[in-house]
Design a protein around this ligand. Sequence first.
Ligand code: F0G
Length: 356
Amino acid sequence: MTQPWHGLINQYRTFLPVNEKTPVITLNEGNTPLLRAAHIREIIKEEVDVYFKFEGANPTGSFKDRGMTLAISKAAEENAKAVICASTGNTSASASAYSARAGISCIVIIPEGKIAMGKLAQAMIHGAMVIQIDGNFDEALNMVKEIVAKYPIVLVNSLNPFRIEGQKTAAFEVCDQLGRPPVYHALPVGNAGNITACWKGYKEYMAAGRTSGLPKMIGFQAAGAAPIVLGHPVAGPETIATAIRIGNPASWKGALAARDESGGMIGPVTDDEIIEAYKYIASKEGVFCEPASAASLAGVIKLSKQNYFRAGDTIVCTLTGHGLKDPDIALKVSSEPVRIKADLAALEDTLKGCCI
Ligand code: F0G
């Protein structure tokens, strides 16, 4: 019988900065599905193998839980009374949940009107102090950095190195689930912590002899919020994918290192390309991710049109968050439900020419 899963600190303890005194604050995050795309040939001509690492299956519905289990466990080890983060929504949802479990106060600073409804609901119900600003994520992060410099509050944005340490475990899982590293690993890039973390994970797993070889890291930013692609900060980032609406990423250097050391690339995808991939993943693959997550596949589709890949390449796309977080967008890009009378004949009429 296989061992039951007790969260990623327990699973990958030897790779993580924990000791016997670290209280493990876990919601049994990690061990998320790696799903082989079943219909990819409909949109990508080359004989490539595409997999989705569905991070929406984490307890709060995003990859942030990987970093947060470690960041909050370490905060608890240090007897922190409060943690704080700036967020486009998922970090705040995750920080709120893990803090609640640890009995630590949590403060989240979010851009008003620019975070998905589900994420706001999560922070509220977990009992965080939710502060909305009339500014964007970059401004919120600057404010938070100043606060932690002045007061004994622990920062749990990915500037906190424990966040990156936890998030690197996604790369371990991909290698374990695939039996080898992929040729390419595609991710959406916002604050750039995750591409930094995954690259670190691949390198460490190889150094430990757990896997052979390294993937090329390919990252995608929304075209209206693409500072790394442009090579300079963007003052007014805009995209439908609010999770990655960021103009000055904290882990900019880490993303460049991941790109350059691995021989990968970081490119832009338009909102239309993101939505096309988002709809494809839900309607053809049966996976409901949030718009920002679909930037990974949108980028892969775009590169495939430029003959970037070769037959036989294995490509893992991280789907960073769950679609249920942002139901507004799903409704907006779908057609209206059919309305009929509560009457069998009306139902039969409607189904004629479709399935009966
Ligand atoms: N996808 C989703 C769903 C996200 O929430 C984020 C980041 C990213 C991708 C980008 O990851 O920042 O590591 O490059 N969300 C952060 C937040 C900024 O506050 O929830 P990254």
